[in-house]
Design a protein around this ligand. Structure first.
Ligand SMILES: Nc1ncnc2c1ncn2[C@@H]1O[C@H](COP(=O)(O)OP(=O)(O)OP(=O)(O)O)[C@@H](O)[C@H]1O
Ligand SMILES: [Mg+2]
Length: 127
């Protein structure tokens, strides 16, 4: 199995009006291809914060999050956008659907934005 994600001494802090809020630190984690993984913890313990790092939605305060051997913090905004469009799938806690569009259109849209032809994207979305 190949190594998909590698977290090396990863920490995340949010700066507040007073002192910084340390969410987690020293996370060392390897996720391999084909692995199913559940991240569990109390509300506010940092699960979404961790997933945001994996999804190229945020960067760590310390340490390195690597995907397929590449430090995700070094990806350009375009590389991050392409990664989120083509490589990673998210099912959000709050699903962020666009209410003006049908369910099918919501599924088709990222494929079309990512350069797929409508004629190909539509049957794929339906499936
Ligand atoms: N952008 C931010 N700025 C400041 N604090 C934040 C920010 N995002 C998250 N936090 C804080 O970080 C902590 C972890 O939040 P997070 O949303 O990762 O928790 P969670 O484990 O996903 O919780 P839940 O189970 O409720 O979804 C919380 O105390 C939250 O208030
Ligand atoms: Mg959460």
């Amino acid at each position: 199995m190949s190594e998909l994600y590698k977290f090396s001494d990863v920490g995340k802090k949010f700066s507040g009006p007073g002192e910084n809020l340390e969410i987690f630190k020293n996370i060392n984690l390897i996720v391999e291809e084909g692995e199913a993984l559940a991240i569990v913890g109390a509300s506010g313990s940092g699960k979404s914060t961790l997933l945001h790092l994996m999804g190229a939605l945020d960067t760590p305060s310390t340490g390195v999050v690597a995907f397929d051997g590449q430090d995700m913090a070094l990806m350009s905004p375009d590389q991050k956008a392409a990664f989120r469009n083509k490589t990673l799938g998210f099912v959000f806690q709050f699903h962020h659907l666009l209410p003006e569009f049908s369910a099918l259109e919501n599924v088709v849209m990222p494929a079309v934005i990512g350069g797929a032809r409508r004629a190909a994207a539509l049957p794929e979305a339906r499936a």
